[in-house]
Design a protein. Structure first.
Length: 233
């Protein structure tokens, strides 16, 4: 009985296959931004266009399709007597490492400015892939955000540069995308049988003693059994 169970488990979990997986190399991303040395080693600070910005480690979650959804927070540091501005950059990456979409949101002086959801396709509606898709999405994201900031009449230097800062972080995120192959166990139904070249497991012998089938038949009381009947001459 134990050998049968062990064989079944072997059949179920012996097959292994390699599937592509995608992830963000957080350490490599931090190095390109100057290192995760701020806010308890969870943020990086750097200067762009004469202003100081802070990027936090990204939040990553797996999508049902096998890709990832990445959300990263970026602050515009405005000094001791002024409240900081905040931005969120979100990208969705498919299982092959291609950026599928991007969106951003900026909070400035109590106002929230959100971009449209930018998808990767050309003017004819054809889906782009790889670097072409990443470049197209990044370009449209910055153009969309810049236009909305202009309509809001945002003129402060550090705030006007926010679209460029988001594009800077977007580029760094794209460079930090890694596609790996991770072995995953595949469960094979027991009905599929044992692996090729291996004999099937022996069936469990019946525990019913010989001749017991006759004893299970319902007979009138006093009917003699076959052992009690006289032998035929």
């Amino acid at each position: 009985m134990k050998s049968t169970i062990l064989l079944s488990l072997t059949i179920l979990f012996s097959a292994m296959a390699s599937f592509a997986g995608v992830e963000i190399d957080t350490e490599a991303l931090g190095k390109t931004l100057g290192g995760w040395s701020k806010r308890g080693n969870n943020a990086a600070e750097y200067a762009l266009s004469g202003s100081i910005y802070r990027t936090y480690k990204p939040e990553v979650s797996r999508t049902p399709e096998g890709g990832i959804f990445v959300s990263i927070r970026i602050d515009h540091i405005r000094g001791w007597l002024a409240s900081d501005d905040h931005a969120i950059l979100e990208i969705t990456v498919d299982e092959k490492g291609n950026i599928e979409s991007a969106q951003s949101n900026i909070a400035i002086q109590g106002r929230s400015i959100s971009t449209d959801m930018i998808l990767g396709s050309n003017e004819a509606g054809k889906q782009l892939v790889g670097t072409d898709r990443a470049v197209q999405i990044g370009t449209e994201l910055v153009a969309n955000l810049s236009a909305k900031l202009l309509r809001e009449k945002i003129v402060e230097a550090g705030r006007v540069s926010f679209p460029a800062v988001l594009r800077h972080n977007y580029n760094k995120l794209f460079q930090a995308i890694k596609v790996t192959k991770t072995p995953v166990a595949i469960a094979i139904p027991a009905a599929a049988g044992p692996p090729s070249g291996q004999s099937p497991a022996p069936s469990t012998p019946s525990l019913q003693p010989p001749g017991s089938a006759e004893s299970l038949k319902i007979k009138p009381y006093g009917t003699p059994t076959s052992a009690e009947l006289p032998a035929k001459k």
